[in-house]
Ligand binder design. Structure first.
Ligand code: ZN
Length: 288
């Protein structure tokens, strides 16, 4: 497994950064959900963002979810990550096919169209924290930049990308999140603005063999860069037979006996990883 994220501080602690390479987990998502190229790009971008934002969770049990509900043909995307950089996700319509946009790129914006981005942080309290913003471009990176600016008041630059092979498997995937600390100087702000404006693709340098750290060092050329963590990032679904059994049990005796009254086995599918779990009426009946 070669996916990982780095995080750290740069330019005298004036800037915080996360950077990730996520090719393997994006390819795993693609093969599980059999996503079309544009759906793979959209899912891979959101998975990459989730894995970097999940790394900000303070406790091992905290869960970060990024959800996009939208009018475009993809219908919606949901990705969930934890503090250990384990991530899972799916799109509502994995088969969406669209012509390339005017730049010749996969048209993620058109696949999403208008919609809402929700950032849900479940830190074990009664209610999770939910921040919501409208999609501003549907390209996901810009939408997250807008979320950070309006919902968290943190000036942020987000880059996310997925590059496909000719055979529609994933060639490269990755991203970064760069955030200004409140005391960042005008000098570093304008330098970064200039450099990030001319930064066009995260997958191009990855494809040239550059690491996430190489890319961060290039952006911060002339400044110090301190990596505090390097964490392996993986595709992971925490579903299990026991979990689904418990979920069925929680439906209550009345609903449960209705479900099993026809004597047929019950099949439950995990939307995140496509695992199928089959329960016989006997298995459920014994628990009523
Ligand atoms: Zn699952």
């Amino acid at each position: 497994m070669s996916d990982y994220i780095i995080r750290g501080m740069a330019a005298d602690n004036q800037v915080r950064f996360f950077a990730a390479t996520t090719k393997d987990l994006t390819e795993t998502a693609r093969s599980i959900h059999n996503t079309s190229p544009v759906a793979t790009a959209a899912l891979g971008r959101l998975l990459t963002a989730a894995v970097m934002m999940g790394a900000q969770c303070k406790n091992d049990t905290d869960i970060l979810t990024l959800q996009i509900q939208c009018n475009g043909p993809i219908g919606g995307i949901i990705c969930t990550a934890d503090a250990k950089c384990r991530v899972k996700g799916y799109v509502n319509n994995p088969n969406v096919i669209l012509p390339a946009n005017e730049k010749g790129k996969l048209d993620v914006a058109k696949a999403l169209d208008l919609g809402v981005l929700s950032v849900i942080k479940d830190i074990g309290l009664k209610e999770p924290y939910v921040g919501q913003t409208q999609l501003v471009s549907g390209e996901i990176a810009e939408d997250l930049t807008y979320y950070f600016a309006t919902s968290e008041q943190i000036p942020t630059s987000v880059a996310l990308g997925v590059l496909m092979e000719k055979n529609n498997t994933v060639k490269q995937a990755g991203g970064f999140i760069i955030q200004l600390m409140p005391f960042a100087s005008e000098e570093i702000i304008s330098t970064l603005e200039e450099r990030l404006n001319s930064f066009s693709s995260i997958t191009a340098p990855l494809d040239k063999g550059m690491t996430p750290l190489d890319i961060i060092k290039q952006i911060f050329e002339g400044y110090d860069v301190n990596v505090t963590d390097e964490i392996p990032a993986t595709w992971y679904c925490n579903c299990s037979r026991e979990r689904y059994h418990k979920a069925l049990m929680s439906l209550g005796p009345k609903t449960l006996s209705d479900i099993i009254s026809d004597g047929e086995p019950i099949e439950v599918n995990c939307q995140f990883c496509n695992s199928h779990y089959i329960f016989t009426p006997d298995e459920l009946e014994n628990n009523i």
